[in-house]
Design a protein around this ligand. Sequence first.
Ligand SMILES: Nc1ncnc2c1ncn2[C@@H]1O[C@H](COP(=O)(O)OP(=O)(O)O)[C@@H](O)[C@H]1O
Ligand SMILES: [Mg+2]
Length: 473
Amino acid sequence: MAKTKDYSITKKLTRMNMLVSGAALLMACLSFVIYDLFTFREAIARNLSIQARVAGSNSVTALVFSDPHSAENTLSALKAAPNVISAGIYSLNGQLFASYRRDAQAQLPPTISPDKAGSRVFEDSDVIVTDPIVFQGKPTGIVYIRSDLQMLYIQLRRYASIAACVLAVSLWTALMLSSMFGRSITDPIVHLADVAFIVSRDKNYTVFNGMLGQIEVRDAALQSAQNQLEQRVDERTFQLAAANEELESFSYSVSHDLRAPLRTIDGFSHALLEDCADRLDDTGRTHLNRIRAATQRMGLLIDDLLNLSRLSRTEMHTQSVDISALASAIANGLQEGLPRRGVELRIRNGLRTLGDPGLLRVVLENLLGNAWKFTSTHESALIEFGAAVSNGKAAFFVRDDGAGFDPAYADRLFGAFQRLHSMTEFAGTGIGLATVQRIVRRHGGEIWAESAVGRGATFYFTLGEPVFEGALP
Ligand SMILES: Nc1ncnc2c1ncn2[C@@H]1O[C@H](COP(=O)(O)OP(=O)(O)O)[C@@H](O)[C@H]1O
Ligand SMILES: [Mg+2]
């Protein structure tokens, strides 16, 4: 059984191979033969034209002196070309002047019209050439030669036998190669077919049972690995959430508890300045003022820290927000606070997004507030809010042309207390951008900045999907 199947698959493969290579070879041989025969036929016609020209020029004297005998002599030289059937020299009015025939069966040259001189025609498997005879620049007569195409048929037969030989050798080689390599392909197929046959005939599924068993074992291992992984993720998430909560409440209570002693220091410094002013000299008063300034700054830092830790606790109320209107309101607030500054505010209208309006206000207050602050040393400034594509993402942006910063530190800015400018230059606590980043991340978005020292800064942020409702950048 296996033997016949094996035989039939191998046979089919071999047959297919032979068919494909045979067809390809045949096509190649055919196109080669057709091309070559065409060129050969042209060559025969060209040769005949040359012979006609030679015969013509050798017959000029005979024509001029009306000596047909001499012309016939000239034409008889064509005997040397066995393919020439007949030839003729005609006077200018088309009358046959001298003729040549290969043998008695060959027809005499026909009468031809003088205006046909100079043509080359293939007719009844012959080729006919007529050529004008010119003497001293004037037409004197016409020469006619008719030749058969025997040479062409001989060539065709030669080609046919060469092609047959090439085809036979190639097919034989293909057959050998097929039987050499065919088994390596057919053996596994035959084996598979045997197995399938046994299974269907005997209803014996033991072959598959082994396979199925292995698959089941692997499946079970995979499932248990996945369960373990999920359990570990759950554990880690729980631990992380707990740690986070602990940290938040710790920083909240630390910040909270720090405020009381700080208030005391500030309060007593104030009391000292008020009540004991007459007993203090200038140095003492300066020291006390510095203590108060420092405690007030620390109070600000604690406030910011408290706000930051509160951010993670507040619940988010997501809704559609007109972010352009929000930016305008904040920018106008800044402008009204310090109307004398020459700041142009360019806010793009009609941008909407999904988010928590309260938290988004904090984002824009910080970003626009920074832009306002870091342009304060410039006489005039431009602050923009809009939307653009940056880093391949559609994002909102706040841009200014103020002090800028070294882009090498662009990622650091978003950490708490990270500042790139000194307090004397620009006041601040360094919590703003950390707050902004936390809010943006809670919205599922990202924030990044581009800048160069002295050339302003642009802060881009996305807010998860969808970034924009309505107007797109
Ligand atoms: N628009 C800006 N232009 C230049 N530098 C900026 C800008 N915004 C933020 N920065 C830099 O990032 C630092 C951190 O900003 P932020 O967290 O808002 O703190 P703060 O405003 O209190 O200094 C700033 O101190 C400043 O060095
Ligand atoms: Mg700030």
